[in-house]
Design a protein. Sequence first.
Length: 333
Amino acid sequence: MTLRRKLYYLLHNGKNNHLTYFARAYLRESVPAWLFRCRKERLLGEIERRSDRDYIHRRADYYCKIGSDTPIDPTAWREHSCEIGRQPMLKQKTYFFDAVEYARYFDSHLRWAILPGDVTFLTPVPTILKCRPLRDDNASSVILNLDKVRHFLFVSDSKPWREKRDVAIFRGDLGPVKPNRDVFMGMFGNGQSAMVDAASTNIIDGHEEWHSGKMTIGEHLDYKFVMSLEGNDVASNLKWVMSSNSIAVTPRLTRETWFMEGTLVPNYHYIEVKPDFSDLEERLRYYISHPDEAEAIISHAHEYVRQFQDKHREKLIALLVLKKYFDSTNRKQ
């Protein structure tokens, strides 16, 4: 990537601004915690008076599935649990700031467990996480909207789907924990298909020919289809793709975040393909020749995304998740 191209990408990538995020986070940290605690009961009480009360409770119950009495054993996972008032700064600072943004409304002596990063396993105690596996026994994994400056991004796309290129675009990192992406690139990298523009944004030994520079979000939106492939955990581009006039294409999802990927319906919110991508071109051709069905998927995706765009309601849901978590895990303390 040339210096000019790097500068262009830096200025036009379309992602959330990290400098603004951290400025707001440090400013929020400078406010005494007792001011937040004074507002907690008023905010939680507001939930019960709202017309969307049941919806808020359903969302909170979805994220926090633990039972009514599930105490945290302080010796079970000592390195990841502590009183919230003693929570040290995490190496991944965005996880710390996003968690304490809501935890500061609660008593600082309450105990929690929080694990940052791309977690794809089940934890031994109820733990606050960004992501969890999509499986029936994942109740110990309690989801908050962590690292949202990277993962929660929506776009405004004015280009109609029918005016976009009849191609699926993919740009993303490859690596040993992303075998699905290696399979995909083996089939479609280096121009093997006229219907798929696929390249890696990092250089993998033995496959230098797969590498290409990063593309801005705006450049992705020139294409009818955007590949949304899980990586270390979820596909970070799924949210903004579903808010655009392009269509996300992916095999069946295996993990979920605050975006509740487990509630997405294949071929209603996104286009599902086989895990080995053997039917990808067939699926693309189908929707190109059935534009009304493609635009219905886009409409359904937009409707799904809208539920996350009320910032105040998202705050109330997060507070209710933590209330449920603390009520259950700290009952015997």
